[in-house]
Write a protein that binds this ligand. Structure first.
Ligand SMILES: C[S@@+](CC[C@H](N)C(=O)[O-])C[C@H]1O[C@@H](n2cnc3c(N)ncnc32)[C@H](O)[C@@H]1O
Length: 283
């Protein structure tokens, strides 16, 4: 089958689900991954013959069933680095890249031996990107999901960084360390059950609910536990960074104030939504 015919089938079958540009980007990404045909090659000549079109037509079926392209490919890119993903790991989001950028901007010298803990590490995207950009940092990451930790460890190897991964439940287990952290960062579950109806079905039906949802009655459950942990485990001048629910910025400021954090900053993402917060520990 010619590449041109496959592209036509993609548009005919996916037109009612996706924008034209998105369909093209799926087509080019899959052609590159499965048949090593670059977008440039295909832009010059769509007449290339694809020997075994089964793989790409199977992927098309999965796209029709609203499966995210990242899960179909089993990989994605985050902060310029490759990451394996599966249905046990949240697909890393661009907003979280902004969080990583913010953390890095607060480290005055990338050669410092800072100690960092990422809580709720999922694919390992935050911890691994920080480790990659702060080569002398000692980076630790924890998650309750054994399966997510497996993928995160693979991603650390893939990106050639050392991160120590720990399996623990941050809500249940009291964690003890014999040193303090310079930076604690977390993108914990923060979507309230009541927000489910605003969510796209491809997220709702495919991404791990363990990574996404919190009960409506206690939406800051993770932030409370992690802030209390941070009070005990940050160095003087240590920093706590969170990705947050866009609707709960003021509650987050109040929570960090209650816990005596200082120099609190709430930051918006590129979509102008309250998305990140930082506090400094000065005691
Ligand atoms: C929003 S995801 C973030 C994943 C990754 N850090 C990212 O930014 O893409 C939250 C993560 O917290 C983990 N998690 C959920 N409950 C937890 C708990 N009680 N203790 C530790 N980790 C937990 C989930 O398994 C998931 O990987």
């Amino acid at each position: 089958m010619k590449a041109k015919d496959i592209r036509n089938i993609f548009h005919a079958e996916l037109d009612s689900f996706f924008e034209k540009e998105e369909i093209d980007s799926f087509f080019y990404l899959l052609m590159e991954t499965y048949y090593s045909m670059s977008r440039l090659q295909l832009a010059i000549d769509l007449g290339y013959f694809v020997d075994n079109s089964e793989a790409i037509l199977n992927a098309l079926e999965l796209l029709k069933q609203q499966k995210p392209i990242q899960y179909i490919l089993g990989e994605t890119e985050f902060y310029g680095l490759p990451f394996k993903v599966n249905t046990y790991t949240l697909i890393p989001r661009p907003e979280t890249e902004e969080l990583v950028e913010w953390v890095l901007s607060k480290v005055s010298n990338t050669d410092l031996e800072v100690s960092i803990l990422d809580i709720g590490s999922g694919s390992g995207c935050i911890a691994i990107s920080l480790a990659k950009n702060l080569p002398k940092a000692k980076v630790y990451a924890l998650d309750v999901s054994k399966e997510a930790l497996k993928i995160a460890k693979t991603n650390a190897e893939l990106n050639k960084v050392n991160v120590e991964f720990i399996e623990t439940d941050v809500l249940k287990n009291k964690m003890c360390w014999d040193f303090k952290f310079d930076i604690i960062v977390s993108n914990p579950p923060y979507v309230r059950e009541q927000e489910k109806r605003e969510m796209k079905s491809n997220v709702l039906n495919n991404e791990p609910h363990l990574a996404l949802f919190v009960k409506d009655e206690n939406p800051l459950v993770f932030y409370k536990a992690i802030s209390e942990f941070a009070v005990q485990n940050l160095t003087k001048k240590g920093l706590l960074f969170f990705e947050i629910n866009e609707y709960l910025g003021n509650d987050m400021i109040a929570l960090l104030c209650e816990n005596n954090f200082q120099n609190i900053e709430l930051k918006q993402d590129i979509f102008k939504k309250d998305r990140m917060i930082k506090g400094e520990w000065n005691e």
